[in-house]
Write a protein that binds this ligand. Structure first.
Ligand code: SER
Length: 325
């Protein structure tokens, strides 16, 4: 969980769009701890139980609906987390583009017109593709994404910069690597295996991995991902030198490394490998990320490595599963 520190003081009223998602749900809780439960309006396309504060149904494709909500609640900051991820996005490319880009334009336009002061837009390692150094991929590597999701994120980064330069809208963005947490489940991503594998281990089941054993990808523990988001949003505007999106990294590992790490705690756990269409997506992405710009501009520093994350994931999931049995 993010530090219980009060980030930006003052009368911020925050709208989280996509608050039921893997990152959105945990981020909403962290924002509520920092800003107060009633100061954070959670929204998503459908209602789920368990929100500890105001929740409203909102379709990101409904621009008027977003505008009304912003006005009604006096919203000053928007966290826009609704998107179709890399693997699922390939099932219906044009629809993915429409949702990811349509949602983005709706949020940016409403923010610009209503005087919202800050917007968070998540980008991804999926913006990278051919012609990059795979190891320690630099901040300014060429962007040639191969998935519609990656294309929408690369375009979104440029639009973020455009809105900042043209309209002064303070949009901030991170290129999240695979995000791993016990609190919520990802859906439709290529890095999802790294969450699934812990659930199988804790349930005492064998795991069949959809990526090959030596596929290295950049990853980050949820606690670090949330803290990075809050720290980026809290940094003074003049420190934000990257107005497209910041490379962000926590760690990098392969399926066989995460399996071995789990096996040190659970020696009977077994993993087999049967790569599917997601292998090609993973092969187009960096194996590790150079996030020195984030470290320099707003003091980014991850806390969790593979070992620390595995210990916490297994502990938290064991607790979670034993609570429901
Ligand atoms: N976790 C995402 C995915 O796999 C990457 O941003 O699609």
């Amino acid at each position: 969980m993010a530090d219980d520190k009060f980030y930006t003081m003052g009368k911020e009223k925050i709208l989280v769009i996509g608050a039921n998602g893997q990152i959105g749900s945990v981020l909403t809780e962290a924002l509520r701890k920092s800003f107060g439960a009633d100061m954070v309006i959670a929204s998503d396309i459908r209602q789920v139980e368990g929100h500890d504060g105001p929740f409203e149904i909102l379709n990101v494709l409904d621009r008027q609906g977003i505008a009304d909500m912003v006005k009604r609640h006096g919203i000053t900051q928007i966290y826009h987390l609704a998107a179709i991820l890399s693997a699922r996005g390939e099932q219906n490319p044009l629809q993915t583009w429409d949702i990811n880009m349509g949602g983005l334009f709706n949020v940016f336009e409403v923010a610009r017109e209503s005087g919202v002061s800050k917007v968070f837009f998540p980008s991804s390692i999926a913006v990278f593709g051919a012609d990059i150094p795979r190891q320690m991929t630099p901040q300014n590597a060429v962007l040639k994404p191969t998935t519609v999701y990656g294309m929408s994120k690369a375009a979104g980064e440029l639009w973020s910069q455009y809105y900042f330069q043209k309209y002064g809208l303070d949009i901030r963005s991170l290129r999240y690597p695979g995000v791993i947490g016990w609190q919520s489940n990802p859906g439709g991503g290529t890095t999802d295996y790294a969450v699934d594998i812990y659930h199988y281990a804790v349930r005492g089941e064998d795991y069949s991995c959809f990526l090959s054993e030596n596929t290295f990808l950049p990853m980050i523990y949820m606690d670090d991902a949330i803290r990075a988001t809050l720290e980026l949003m809290d940094a003074p505007s003049e420190n934000i030198k990257e107005r497209t999106s910041y490379n962000l990294s926590g760690m990098s590992f392969s399926p066989s490394e995460i399996a071995a790490c789990i096996q040190t705690e659970m020696p009977d756990f077994t993993v087999s490998y049967s790569p599917d269409f997601r292998q090609k997506i993973a092969d187009s992405w960096p194996s590790s990320i150079d996030d020195s710009a984030a470290r320099k501009d707003w003091d980014w520093q991850p806390k969790f490595d593979l070992k620390g994350m595995t210990k916490d994931m297994l502990f938290q999931l064991q607790k979670k599963y034993s609570a429901v049995v």
